[in-house]
Each structure stands twice: as structure tokens, then as C-alpha cells.
Design a binder for this molecule. Structure first.
Ligand code: SF4
Ligand code: SF4
Length: 298
């Protein structure tokens, strides 16, 4: 089984739109949407609704008011200011310690320093994992609740689930929609993959993003190819991006020109290769898929 991730340095480059096309071109495969902070692959590939599973990220501290002696040690220890003792105007404690749930990072330090054993950690639901059927095969995606963190852990859960489904159904390709950026969720998106498609637009910031992603890919020893989207909007910068890729060993799989058909396809909730098969942009995406597939040996 091969796992291939589609990445971009930032959101809005067309990453998910390309991935939906690749899924349509690949035949039956498993899709893993690891952009858990703004999951939207299922809008384009289908499979928004499915079986749901709760995701528990960090725990949250709970204070037993009966045991709390109002000593203030938890308040002093918490660097996130997530636990505090209500105080009277004169500063003296006016009640047992209280936890501000949204600020609590679940580190558990307050429970360690509490002399009364008044603090315990409880599970907190941070999101939902969804397994559904897209038009191209099973899809796994997730929704992180507002304000919740630990998306790297949720990404790993999405990846594991997708891998398990592929193994169970005998499917030999998992296409992973990676998180944007270079932080923890991206690292979870690309750990253990067999290759990466990078999607970039011709801008100076995209070049900078590519340089950073390249460092990450090198560290993980992942082969990568590039799809340059809207290359005709700034051809000069596009050439600089391609020159960087040549130097860095990133294979230029394809260049796709700006085309309003992409927007129409998005409005219809379809990938370009399904919405306008045979059109100029659909052909460019197909070429990029074929070129990248060959280079990455998918
Ligand atoms: S450390 Fe324990 S006893 Fe002291 S204020 Fe916090 S919860 Fe109460
Ligand atoms: S678990 Fe950590 S973040 Fe949460 S209240 Fe306790 S010390 Fe603060």
C-alpha cells in the first residue's frame, strides 16, 4: 500500500481541489483529510456524513470544592492562568479554586502541586472523527471543536484509521490531504508517507513556504513533486519556484494555468476532472497527476 500526501505551505493554493481530482483519477482509494482545523475534502469528493467517533485530546483539570483548602498553589503553578481562586476585594480567598476550561492545556501540574488531592484530570471531547464513503472510495475526516488543540494527535488518528481501512479492503493507495504550514499537524500528515505532491502558486511567499516544507521533507526523506498552480499569473516568480525545485530535487510534475472553470467546479462541489472532463484545466491536472505518479512510483 502506498500513502501519498498533498501539501502546501499555506491554505488557499488549490491543494484540496487538486487532491479531489487526483482521487477521481486514481480509481478506488482511501482518502484521509488531515486538514483537521478546516476539513473540506468531503465537500469536493463526497462523504460529509458517516460514522462518527469522539476524539479526546488533552484532559481538563477538575477541582473538588469540598477538598480545596484555598491555598493558591495551583494558581501559582499554572502558567496558562487557567485555574484561579476567586478573591474578595481585600485579596483574601472567597471560594475554592476554579478552572477556566478553555484555557486549560491539560498538563496536570496543578494536580501534582495540590496538597489536598483536590484536583483530578478528566477526559475532554476535542473533536469528532468521521468515516464515510466518498465518490472515489472510503474517506476519513475530522472536526476539531473550536478552541481545541492537539490537532497532531487527531491527524495521526485520521491516518491510522485510513490505513486500517485500506488494509482491510485491500486498497493500495491512501491519498492524504495534509495540513497547511510546517507545524505538528503537518509532521503527523507526512510521517511514514511514500511521496508528496506540493501545490504552490507563483508568489514570493509561496517560494519561502516551499523552502521550509522542503527542509521538513528532507528530514523525513520524502520524495516530492510540484504542481505550480496559476503559473501564468506571475511567470517570473513561477520560474524562480521551478528553479528552486530543480536545485532541491523536487520534480516539476505540472503547471496549471488560472481558469475560472476551477471556481465553477468548486461551486458545484466537484473536482475539475469530474466537472469539466477534457477541458484545458482538467487536462493540465491529469498531466500533473500522471507525471507525479510516475516520479513517485505510486
Ligand atoms: S492547590 Fe488544591 S487546595 Fe490549593 S487552591 Fe488549588 S485546588 Fe485548592
Ligand atoms: S492542567 Fe495545567 S493548564 Fe490546566 S489548570 Fe492545571 S496547571 Fe493549568
Amino acid at each position: 500500500m502506498k500513502q501519498v500526501v498533498v501539501l502546501s505551505g499555506k491554505g488557499g493554493t488549490g491543494k484540496t481541489s487538486f487532491l479531489a481530482s487526483f482521487a477521481a483519477l486514481a480509481g478506488e482509494c482511501v482518502l484521509a483529510d488531515c486538514d483537521v482545523d478546516a476539513s473540506n475534502l468531503a465537500i469536493l469528493a463526497g462523504g460529509l456524513e458517516g460514522e462518527e467517533e469522539p476524539f479526546f485530546g488533552e484532559g481538563v483539570a477538575r477541582v473538588d470544592p469540598e477538598l480545596c483548602s484555598r491555598c493558591g498553589k495551583c494558581e501559582e503553578a499554572c502558567r496558562f492562568h487557567a485555574v484561579a481562586i476567586p478573591r474578595a476585594p481585600g485579596g483574601e480567598p472567597a471560594g475554592p479554586a476554579r478552572v477556566v476550561e478553555i484555557a486549560c492545556e491539560g498538563c496536570g501540574l496543578c494536580g501534582i502541586v495540590c496538597p489536598e488531592g483536590a484536583i483530578t484530570m478528566e477526559d475532554r471531547r476535542s473533536g469528532t472523527l468521521v468515516v464515510a464513503e466518498s465518490r472515489h472510495g472510503p474517506i476519513v475526516h475530522a472536526r476539531l471543536l473550536p478552541g481545541e488543540g492537539n490537532s497532531g494527535k487527531l491527524v495521526t488518528m485520521v491516518r491510522e484509521k485510513a490505513k486500517g481501512i485500506a488494509a482491510g479492503k485491500g486498497l493500495d493507495l491512501v491519498l492524504v490531504d495534509g495540513s497547511p504550514g510546517i507545524g505538528c499537524p503537518v509532521i503527523s500528515s507526512l510521517a511514514d508517507v511514500d511521496g508528496a505532491f506540493l501545490v504552490a502558486e507563483p508568489s514570493v511567499s509561496a517560494l519561502h513556504d516551499l523552502e521550509r516544507i522542503h527542509q521538513l521533507l528532507e528530514r523525513f526523506q520524502v520524495r516530492a513533486c510540484l504542481v505550480l498552480n496559476k503559473f501564468d499569473l506571475q511567470p517570473g516568480v513561477g520560474e524562480r519556484i521551478l528553479a528552486f525545485c530543480r536545485e532541491a530535487g523536487i520534480f516539476p510534475a505540472g503547471k496549471v494555468a488560472f481558469d475560472p472553470l476551477f471556481l465553477e467546479a468548486l461551486q458545484e462541489g466537484r473536482s475539475i476532472v469530474e466537472f469539466a472532463p477534457g477541458s484545458r484545466p482538467a487536462q493540465a491536472v491529469e498531466e500533473a497527476w500522471r507525471g507525479g505518479k510516475e516520479f513517485l512510483k505510486i
